[in-house]
Write a protein that binds this ligand. Structure first.
Ligand code: NAP
Ligand code: 8YV
Length: 314
C-alpha cells in the first residue's frame, strides 16, 4: 500500500523523521520561507498531513495551497505561527505539544531570572577574560530569594514557574484575564502589578490578544531596579520600548529567550551587561524535545488511523 504524503515544514529530530518516513512519503521544505508556497503547490492534490514546529508554523498561503489538508501537527505548545482562523474555517485539525515541556520552560524562566539578577553571564565573562585577576572582585548583584515575583500567564507553564519560585520563598502574584485555580494573588491590572513586584516572568501565548501586552507603561512601572524575563513570545513585549528602557537604565535588567524577529536580536542589546540572551531554548533539552517529537508523530498516526487526536488545539 502506498504511504500518504506529508509535508514537513521544519524537521523533527532525525530518529523521529525516520519513524515518520516509515509511515509517510515526506516532502521536506527548506529553511527559506519564500520557497514554501511554490514547493507545496504541485503536491496540493494529494497532501493531507503537515508536520511543523512552533517556530516555522504553517502560514496561510501554505495552507491555502493544500486544498486536501486535514491536519497540522506542530512541535511546540505555542501555535501563533499557524493560520488558526483558516484551519478552523476549513475544519483542519491543529495539534500541539502541551505539558511535556512545562518543566523545562519553567526551569529556563527561573534560570534567566537568577542569571540576570545575579549577573551570572557577566560573571562567566569576568573570569574568562581575566577581569577578576586584573580588576578584582565583580560588582555586587541583586538577591532573588524572598523577593516579589509577578508572573504574567498562570497556565500550564506559569503554574510550574510559581511552584519553583515558591521554593525560593518568593511572594508571588500573577496577571491573567481570569482568576486561575491557584492560591497566588490575582492582579487584573498589569501595570499595578508591575509597580508592586521586583521581577516579572512572562509566559502567555503569542498572537493578537497578547501583542504588546508588556507595553512601555508596564516596563516603566517595573522600573530601574526591576527585571523582566520573557520566555513566551517576542510579540508579547514592545521590543523597541524594552530596548530603550534597558539602554537608558529605566529597566534594571532582562532575561530574554524570545524575540520579535527570531533569530534576529536587536543589536543594541548585545553589549548590555544587564541583559541575558538565549536563542529560544525554553524546551531545548534532549528529553523534552524527544517527548514533543513523539507527540507530533503520535498525533499524525492517530489521524491516519482515524483515532482520536491526543492533543488537539481547541
Ligand atoms: P496556557 O496553559 O494556555 O496558559 C496561558 C496563560 O496565559 C493563561 O493563564 C491565560 O489566562 C494567560 N493569557 C492568555 N491570553 C492572555 C491575555 N491576553 N492577557 C493576559 N493573560 C493571558 O499556555 P502554556 O502551555 O502555559 O504556554 C504559554 C506559552 O508559552 C505558549 O503559548 C508559548 O507561546 C510559550 N512557550 C515558549 C517556550 C519557549 O521555548 N520559550 C516553550 C513553550 C511555550 P487567561 O486565559 O485567563 O488570560
Ligand atoms: C519550541 C516553543 O522550541 O512550545 C513552544 O511554544 O516555543 C518551543 O517549545 C518551538 O515551538 C519549536 O519551534
Amino acid at each position: 500500500m502506498s504511504k500518504p504524503d506529508l509535508v514537513s515544514i521544519e524537521p523533527l529530530r532525525p530518529q523521529s523523521m525516520e519513524e515518520l518516513a516509515r509511515h509517510f512519503t515526506i516532502h521536506q521544505l527548506t529553511m527559506d520561507k519564500s520557497t514554501w508556497v511554490d514547493a507545496v503547490k504541485p503536491l496540493g492534490d494529494r497532501v493531507r498531513f503537515v508536520q511543523t514546529t512552533g517556530f516555522a508554523g504553517c502560514p496561510g498561503p501554505v495552507m491555502a495551497a493544500l486544498p486536501r489538508l486535514e491536519i497540522v501537527s506542530c512541535m511546540g505548545v505555542g501555535v501563533d505561527a499557524i493560520d488558526l482562523a483558516q484551519a478552523r474555517t476549513r475544519g483542519i485539525a491543529v495539534t500541539n505539544t502541551p505539558d511535556v515541556l512545562n518543566d523545562d520552560v519553567a526551569d529556563l524562566g527561573i534560570a534567566l531570572l537568577l542569571m540576570t539578577a545575579r549577573h551570572l553571564a557577566l560573571s562567566d565573562r569576568y573570569v574568562r577574560d581575566g577581569r577578576w585577576k586584573r580588576l578584582g572582585n565583580q560588582a555586587l548583584a541583586t538577591k532573588v530569594s524572598g523577593k516579589r515575583l509577578g508572573i504574567v500567564g498562570m497556565g500550564r507553564i506559569g503554574k510550574v514557574v510559581a511552584r519553583r519560585a515558591a521554593a525560593f520563598d518568593m511572594k508571588i502574584s500573577y496577571h491573567a484575564r481570569n482568576r486561575a485555580d491557584v492560591s497566588w494573588t490575582h492582579c487584573p491590572d498589569l501595570v499595578a502589578m508591575a509597580r508592586e513586584v521586583d521581577f516579572m516572568i512572562v509566559i502567555v501565548p503569542g498572537g493578537p490578544s497578547t501583542r504588546g501586552l508588556i507595553s512601555a507603561q508596564v516596563i516603566e512601572a517595573l522600573g530601574p531596579k526591576g527585571i523582566l524575563v520573557n520566555v513566551s513570545r517576542g510579540s508579547v513585549v514592545d521590543e523597541p520600548a524594552l530596548v530603550d528602557a534597558l539602554v537608558s537604565g529605566r529597566l534594571g535588567g532582562a532575561g530574554l529567550d524570545v524575540f520579535a524577529d527570531e533569530p534576529n536580536v536587536p543589536e543594541a542589546l548585545l553589549p548590555l551587561d544587564n541583559v541575558v540572551l538565549a536563542p529560544h531554548v525554553g524546551s531545548g533539552t534532549q528529553e523534552t524535545r524527544g517527548a514533543m517529537a513523539d507527540l507530533v508523530v503520535a498525533n499524525l498516526l492517530a489521524h491516519r488511523d482515524g483515532k482520536p487526536l491526543l492533543t488537539r488545539v481547541p
